[in-house]
Structures are given as structure tokens and as C-alpha cells.
Design a protein around this ligand. Sequence first.
Ligand SMILES: [Cu+2]
Length: 164
Amino acid sequence: MNFVLKYLVFISLLTTWPANAQNKHEHHTSQKNPGQQNSLSAESSWIPIAPPNAKVHAGYMILQNNGNEKLVIKTVSSPQYRKCELHKTEIKNGIASMEHLPNLEIPANGKIVLSPGGLHIMLFGPKRLFVENDMVPIIFHLENGKLIKSMAKITKRLYKSHTH
Ligand SMILES: [Cu+2]
């Protein structure tokens, strides 16, 4: 698990490097606490494995804001899906429906859990067939212009929910 988290942070650093390049002092802090400079980290990212003909998948993870300012995710993308959206499943009168969220705010020093039956990333149009343990990049586009990349693992479904 530790290795995975470090790997995610490493990927995040790569992704945001161009935006941070002019900020020289961040270089010193990166060894000590790499998560700090990105503020946002996506941990335990997973996508339940879907039947080969499924046109839509869902992504779940824990979004942790390590900074002292709120962060807003404006859009989400993945090179391996045609389109990604922020969704929220709600149950009204016993019927589950999904809402497409215009953005997602993560409070300062707070975290948001995306999990089956609640918040999720809706992943439309997989561009290839995934098998268990494949790693799929999911990129969060923040309001402040930064990109945060996470790797989601194709995983056997743990809970029964969110069928389409
Ligand atoms: Cu959805």
C-alpha cells in the first residue's frame, strides 16, 4: 500500500511539474512531504471490473486536500476513456438516480470519499479492454489550473451498487 501511495505522489509530481517549475523553493520541500506541494492527492483509486461490452465504468477514490486552501475540481479526464464526469448517486423515493456535478470542492485539510452508491467518476467509452489489476490514469483538472494525475486499479467489485 505504501508503495502505491508513493507511486501516486510521484506521478502527481510529474504531472504538475510544468506548472511548478518556476517555483524554485518547492524543490526543498519535495523530499520531506511531496503531497504538500500538490495539495491534492488521490488515494486508493479503483475501478470495478466491468463486462467487456460495458460502455460506462465508474471510478472511486479518496481525494485528500493537504493544503490550507479549498480546492475545486472542475473537470476530470483520462486518456483511456472518451469522457469523464463527476457524478453523485442519490436515492429518492427508493429510486437511485445520478446527478452530474458541475465541480467538486475539497475543503482545506479535508477529504472527500468517492465510493459506490455516492460520489463517483463516471467513465464513458473505454478505449480498450481492461483486465484485473490494470492501472488506468485519471486526471483531475483543478480550478487553479493544476493537473493531478492518479492511477486507478481495475479491481473486482467489492460492493453491489451503481448498475447502469
Ligand atoms: Cu454515474
